[in-house]
Design a protein around this ligand. Structure first.
Ligand code: C2E
Ligand code: MG
Ligand code: MG
Ligand code: MG
Length: 289
């Protein structure tokens, strides 16, 4: 009967893809069962090291494989999961899946890292560091191969608690990255106060990089700032070759974007990598067993 009820809910989702309010309960019920079952999937987007030219890692991006609606994107269901208090379970699912896939890739000789996104409530969850530690142990992945991406709104919620969680994560050796950097306010204040390893510049600054001098000034000065702070910088949303060329010339460390690759299922990642000899990471491609 779930499928039938699911279908009814699906038909009344709003045109922008978000469930209409009278269907929120319905959708929430579906989301809960998606979390119990195997409808939540993780896609991976490669992260390119612009100096060596090779792929150094992937970002894990959650997807909901809905029985009737097909692939549902996180912008649609994450707000609902957040309101319903499901973010801890969601984060653990994504971490588990990502670390399992990473373990397999690393076992095959690929020297890769995985970046997992955290939400506001994840950073308020004092149990998180211990859970991350258990998962790293379970999958025998070194903490340094895990990057946790945090958006600036996380940092504004309850600073004392989120700083405690961040400190706990860093004690494990996990790396922290500020996602969508530059879109929140007082970004510079966090940079001063918080122990982060990487800046991930929001893609809005990159869209017209090669034609907009202001955008390019912002990218270049943020790059300089990250260098001076001893942090790595990732530019996300690279959609064309000209942007990639400019970033490389400016000395940007890492890039992600549709021009390099779109997020893809785990199975497709190795095939994609095999077709990109220039991007192959240290260790080479694993042999099929
Ligand atoms: P984000 O972490 O900033 O991820 C980047 C988003 O930009 C992804 O959208 C990615 O598919 C998209 N993207 C990558 N390259 C390009 C490009 O060249 N052009 C354009 N236009 N877009 C590009 P996605 O997968 O829909 O994720 C949206 C947001 O949802 C993420 O933004 C992140 O904040 C959140 N999210 C995704 N997965 C998770 C998760 O497992 N947990 C949590 N808490 N949040 C997640
Ligand atoms: Mg991210
Ligand atoms: Mg981002
Ligand atoms: Mg984002």
């Amino acid at each position: 009967h779930l499928a039938k009820r699911g279908r009814r809910g699906v038909e009344t989702w709003a045109p922008d893809g978000t469930p209409a309010s009278r269907d929120r309960l319905q959708t929430l019920e579906e989301l809960r069962s998606a979390l119990d079952g195997d409808e939540l999937d993780v896609h991976y987007q490669p992260k390119l090291d612009l100096r060596s030219g090779s792929v150094v890692g992937v970002e894990a991006l959650v997807r909901w494989q809905h029985p009737e609606r097909g692939l549902v994107f996180p912008d649609v269901f994450l707000p609902l999961a957040e309101q319903a208090g499901l973010m801890r379970r969601l984060a653990l699912r994504v971490l588990e899946r990502s670390l399992r896939d990473l373990q397999a890739w690393r076992a095959g000789g690929l020297d890769l890292s995985v970046a997992v996104n955290l939400s506001v409530s994840n950073l308020q969850d004092v149990a998180l560091p211990e859970q991350v530690e258990m998962l790293l142990d379970a999958f025998d992945v070194p903490a340094g191969a895990l990057i946790l991406e945090i958006t600036e709104d996380v940092l504004m919620a309850d600073t004392a608690r989120s700083q405690q969680v961040m400190a706990g994560l860093r004690r494990l050796g996990v790396r922290l990255s500020i996602d969508d950097y530059g879109t929140g306010y007082s970004s510079l204040a966090y940079l001063r106060a918080l122990p982060v390893d990487e800046l991930k510049l929001d893609r809005s600054f990159v869209t017209d990089l090669t034609s907009d001098e202001r955008a390019s000034a912002i990218v270049r000065s943020t790059l300089q700032l990250s260098l001076d702070l001893g942090m790595g910088m990732v530019v996300e949303g690279v959609e064309d070759a000209a942007t990639l060329t400019a970033l490389r010339a400016w000395g940007c460390d890492y890039a992600q974007g549709y021009h390099i690759a779109r997020p893809m299922p785990a199975e497709r990642f190795l095939t994609w990598l095999a077709g990109q000899p220039a991007f192959v990471p240290r260790g080479g491609l694993p042999r099929p067993s």
